[in-house]
Design a protein around this ligand. Structure first.
Ligand SMILES: [Zn+2]
Length: 98
């Protein structure tokens, strides 16, 4: 039985062996050494993020899956329009931005 290796989400470079042991317990993208990785390094992660970056009224935000807008990557909430996302970004007293 063959299981896929894990590759960088941006450049496709092989990161290492897939961990079947961890996979069967329900986790994706864990390597055989037990570490979870999606990218080679911060550089690939930055390039990956850049693909989704848009500027709306001078504010940087990310448009994902062509349908949802988030103020930053890894955000746990989203908006259906860039305008709604923009309005949220303007409310800087409501939360912290990394
Ligand atoms: Zn990479």
């Amino acid at each position: 039985m063959e299981f896929p290796d894990i590759h960088c989400n941006y450049c496709g470079k092989r990161l290492g062996e897939f961990s079947l042991d961890i996979f069967v317990r329900g986790y994706r993208n864990y390597l055989a050494d037990g570490k979870r990785r999606h990218f080679c390094d911060g550089n690939c992660y930055e390039k990956y993020k850049k693909q989704f970056e848009i500027i709306y009224k001078d504010e940087k935000m990310y448009k994902l899956d062509n349908a949802i807008y988030v103020p930053y990557m890894g955000c746990h909430y989203y908006f259906k329009t860039a305008e709604d996302c923009y309005q949220r970004i303007q409310q800087k007293h409501l939360c912290y931005f990394p």
